[in-house]
Design a protein around this ligand. Sequence first.
Ligand SMILES: [Zn+2]
Length: 270
Amino acid sequence: MRIEQWSSLTSPELLALAHVDPVAVLPVAAIEQHGAHLPLATDVIIGDGLLASACERLAREPGLTPVICLPTCPIGASLEHTHFAGTLSLSAEQAIAQIVCIGEGVARAGIRRLVLFNSHGGNKAILDLAALRLRAEAGLLVVKANYFRFAPPADALPAAELAHGLHGGALETSMMWHLAPDLVRSDAIAEHRSLGQRRADAGCSLGPEGDAGFAWMANDLHPAGVAGDARLADAATGARLVAHFGTRLAEVIEETATFDLSALGPTQHG
Ligand SMILES: [Zn+2]
């Protein structure tokens, strides 16, 4: 497949690409606290790293269907982290409007396929609502890809850490050791046993996630704003996670490219 950057194209070049039915990919991330050991841009770095990994794979695939990477939305919906300095957050309404406005621009260019690629848990609900509006109002095929919902590689991390290490734990810290090791503050790496972990250990079934969950602010889960054991993280695990999630994202983009749009019903847009 052919990989293009939206921002590097000219308007006529973009229009020409739209005629060959490309897939646009919008990375949606966050600038928010990740404890004392990871930078505020952690979700941007991970999202961009996973998309780069996916694009490396797609560039090796046969066929010339263009994949057009939109500029990353660095700021998302991070209300749950606003207790901590450095978090920048749109309101939910603004975050939905941001994605809808960008999607409308994609549709105006004549593109019909859009992947929303999200690297921040707090954006998931926003994406669901924005994607539906773009389906209903702009007639786009909109695919919602949240990497943290992708099945993780077997045995990469302990099951309890995958379940409870929701923020700044071994998963994110491993990928940061791989993608941006200079930005990991190794002297601040620590275990932060989250409220979810402590409740599960006490035999409670109601936690912050799961089939029934309670709404949480990051400082509910742990006073440090981190949930998980970053001591379990290492660069080799991070490389494995990035390759694994990047492969899955590449599959999602490929299937979006070949999705039979005539299988969908009519919309306001026709
Ligand atoms: Zn994060």
